[in-house]
Write a protein that binds this ligand. Structure first.
Ligand SMILES: Cc1cc2nc3c(=O)[nH]c(=O)nc-3n(C[C@H](O)[C@H](O)[C@H](O)COP(=O)(O)O)c2cc1C
Length: 172
């Protein structure tokens, strides 16, 4: 093996599987929001599944879930990369993404969130705890309910960094 040194600010990419999710929330003003997050991973599975999101504390979705104590993570597919890019390039602080982008969506089953149609699945979560490190909020959630198509992982899209995406079985 020939190794090259990786600059420290890029080291996170070495372990960023980037299984992309769309964080879906509702704010105290009643407006729904959604934002992509590539930094999401499992935290526990017994007796229930838990997950971790790393969200910038400036995001509207972060403010929403801190306030409401609940959120959903939806699993976008390869066909939804455009939706991911659009929802990731505007903030719900000053824009209504669902209305502006005319995103078809349905209600989550047990938390108050809108799930975009066409996702491979989604997990509905109760907020367990947040640990703030700098401007990053490490958000821990307990899964209350989940639904997905069979073999959902095959349909998911992954994001490593700007311009570098991949999906199971192809080089997106
Ligand atoms: C592919 C992609 C992945 C992203 N991953 C994250 C992430 O893991 N954590 C984060 O805080 N922001 C992430 N972002 C940025 C937010 O999605 C973006 O700033 C969004 O506009 C926040 O919207 P909000 O203010 O409505 O919550 C990502 C954006 C894109 C396009």
């Amino acid at each position: 093996m020939r190794y090259v040194e990786i600059p420290v600010p890029e080291a996170y990419e070495l372990q960023n599987a980037g299984g992309l999710v769309l964080v879906c929330t509702r704010g105290p003003d009643g407006r729904y929001d959604l934002a992509p997050a590539a930094w999401c991973c499992p935290l526990d599975y017994s007796p229930v599944s838990k997950l971790i999101l790393v969200l910038d504390t400036g995001h509207r979705t972060y403010a929403d879930l801190s306030d409401s104590g609940e959120f959903a993570v939806a699993l976008p597919t390869k066909a939804q990369v455009d939706l991911v890019k659009r929802t990731g390039s505007m903030s719900g602080h000053d824009r209504d993404k669902f209305a502006e982008l005319a995103i078809p969506a349905f209600s989550a089953r047990v938390v108050d969130a809108r799930i975009p149609e066409g996702v491979a699945g989604w997990l509905e979560c109760r907020l367990s705890r947040i640990v703030v490190e700098g401007t990053s909020g490490v958000v821990m959630g307990e899964v209350l309910r989940a639904e997905a198509v069979p073999d959902a992982w095959k349909h998911r899209v992954h994001y490593v960094r700007e311009g570098l995406w991949f999906a199971p079985g192809d080089g997106l």
